[in-house]
Design a protein around this ligand. Structure first.
Ligand SMILES: [Zn+2]
Length: 284
């Protein structure tokens, strides 16, 4: 997610869990973010998600003079475009289907999807899609792309102050059998602690971390159901929409794994170099 706008108006002061909407928050640990802001990471007693309830540094985190920490965006866009291709093979998105990338950043995923024959569009209220600007939308619902077969949100939801409002805003844009495809790393309180890499406290942009139960409950609040797909993707669908049963998920695992392996064979889908670049940025 690439943003440069001042976010101070969107800082968060949450009393209850912004994921499930009802749970009480219990302090899990504290860290210093951006080298100067004290952050309390709290676990929801109902859904087990990890959230930073009080956030007052977003203007700093997204400030224009900060380096862009997202060195993995190109490789990740390639991985996502191949995964969506595999979803097409197993019938989870139609051939030539309409896809809307939420938080599209520079528009690379939109470009890659269009190159595969999808009718792809992007929405990002903070950034101009320099790679694919002709297919950037100004609004989600009632947009010129019409109702869409799939909305993608890749490495977006962990940035959100109010994930319910954002997910709810996507629902009217979805076709009846459409799906929201998320990629965000899930939180597991039995495994993750203050050393978890995904906190990314050096940048201060990750503030909401979903447990599996939390993502289920968030989906339910918006009339959707969550299905957990291979390779860290999550699909949210209307109850009457497409389902990804065990056989479909197994086929998706094999096909997307095959595509990733082929891409890796020619030097793509490999984030090791971007990780090295990220380390260099952190240390500079
Ligand atoms: Zn919760």
């Amino acid at each position: 997610m690439e943003t440069v706008e001042t976010h101070s108006a969107n800082d968060r002061k949450a009393i209850s869990c912004p994921v499930c909407g009802t749970g009480s928050l219990r302090l899990k640990f504290s860290r210093v973010v951006l080298g100067q802001h004290d952050a309390d990471y709290c676990e929801c007693e109902t859904c087990g998600s990890l959230v930073v309830p009080n956030v007052d540094w977003l203007a700093d985190a997204y400030g224009g003079d900060r380096v862009d920490p997202d060195t993995g965006t190109a490789q990740r866009s390639i991985i996502c475009s191949l995964f969506i291709r595999a979803m097409r093979y197993v019938g989870l998105v139609p051939r030539g289907g309409r896809v809307l990338d939420f938080g599209a950043g520079n528009g690379l995923l939109v470009r890659l999807l269009r190159d595969q024959g999808f009718d792809a569009w992007g929405f990002d209220k903070h950034t101009t899609m320099t790679v694919c600007r002709n297919w950037q939308l100004d609004a989600m619902a009632g947009n010129e792309a019409g109702r869409v077969d799939m909305i993608t949100a890749v490495e977006v939801f962990e940035h959100l102050v109010d994930p319910h409002d954002v997910l709810q805003s996507m629902v009217p844009a979805l076709a009846d059998d459409g799906a929201v495809l998320l990629r965000t790393t899930l939180y597991d309180g039995s495994q993750h602690d203050e050393s978890w890499y995904y906190l990314e406290q050096a940048y201060g942009q990750h503030i909401t971390f979903y447990s599996r139960e939390g993502l289920r409950k968030l989906a339910e609040r918006c009339g959707l159901q969550a299905t957990f797909l291979p390779f860290g993707f999550h699909m949210l669908t209307p109850r009457s929409g497409k389902s990804a049963g065990g056989l479909r998920r197994a086929c998706l695992f094999v096909l997307s794994g095959l595509l990733f392996s082929m891409a890796r064979g020619i030097g793509l889908c490999d984030c090791s170099r971007s990780s090295i670049d990220k380390t260099m940025i952190t240390q500079s």
